[in-house]
Design a protein around this ligand. Structure first.
Ligand code: ZN
Length: 265
């Protein structure tokens, strides 16, 4: 991914993609339902106050089995849908006191940040949490799978603004040494052979498409769904068929879950 591919304003990108257009009670995909259930299953007993950072329209926040749960997000569009108390804020400067929440959740957020901001974001989550931080991110995401190349300015960008591929190693050393880290995984997917994926996208131009696609670099909104052209359809199907031969099974975990327990929690 080109470093120039990401937008300066992550919240602005969110507000222009489909991510927050959905009402919180719209039907969720099977994979998302599973991820949220697996996330909630990692919440230890004894949590009375929780904060969901990057809550969006409240998909997780509304389902948190916690009496007093609050949300915060930088984007305004998502917050409008939330039926629990919210505050608009950046993850880099949370308007909550040290240790004021038993649990701080931050799900499908950190992959959107400038990687240079990750330590500060982690420090904020840890600061506000009295006992636990619960994080989910895409696991070892193959960023090219959700990327497109702008035909106007040639920039390759991730459709949902993801800026890094994250693993367990991303989080080791990110929290104080006394914190206890517990990792979990959710939902199996089929991996894509990296060389085949590069061939399909960079080589043959069959990029991932969404009707909400716009270029975060030049603002272009004219994109073509590769499946609507003969060449794109053939590239997509041929590479997919080869990939199925190499990877017949869905063996890759799609999401990484992490619970960070503070000492004595
Ligand atoms: Zn462009």
């Amino acid at each position: 991914m080109s470093p120039t591919s990401a937008p300066a304003d992550t919240a602005a990108l969110f507000e222009r993609t489909a991510t927050h257009d959905h009402a919180p009670d719209a039907p969720m995909s099977e994979s998302e339902t599973r991820r949220i259930a697996d996330t909630i299953a990692m919440i230890p007993p004894g949590v009375e106050r929780a904060l969901d950072v990057g809550c969006g329209p409240g998909k997780l926040l509304h389902r948190l089995p916690v009496e007093r749960a609050y949300g915060t997000d930088l984007g305004r569009v998502g917050l409008r849908h939330v039926r629990r108390p919210v505050a608009r804020s950046s993850i880099l400067e949370l308007p909550f006191a040290d240790g004021s929440m038993d649990l701080v959740t931050c799900c499908e957020v950190l992959e959107h940040l400038d990687p240079a901001d990750l330590p500060r974001a982690a420090a904020e989550l840890y600061r506000v949490a009295g006992k636990h931080v619960l994080i989910t991110v895409p696991n070892r995401e193959q960023l090219l799978m959700q990327s497109h190349r702008c035909p106007q300015c040639d920039v390759v960008f991730h459709l949902y603004g993801h800026r890094q591929s994250m693993t367990e190693d991303t989080f080791r050393g990110l929290f104080p040494a006394e914190a206890r880290l517990t990792f979990g995984y959710s939902w199996r997917v089929r991996p894509y052979v990296p060389a085949l994926l590069a061939l399909r996208t960079k080589g043959l131009g069959a990029w991932k498409y969404s009707p909400h696609t716009f270029c975060p670099s030049c603002g272009n909104e004219a994109f073509t769904d590769p499946l609507t052209t003969a060449r794109g359809w053939l590239a997509w199907k041929a590479c997919g068929a080869l990939n199925h031969i190499v990877h017949p099974l869905r063996r890759k975990w799609n999401w990484l879950l992490l619970r960070v327990d503070k000492p004595g929690a």
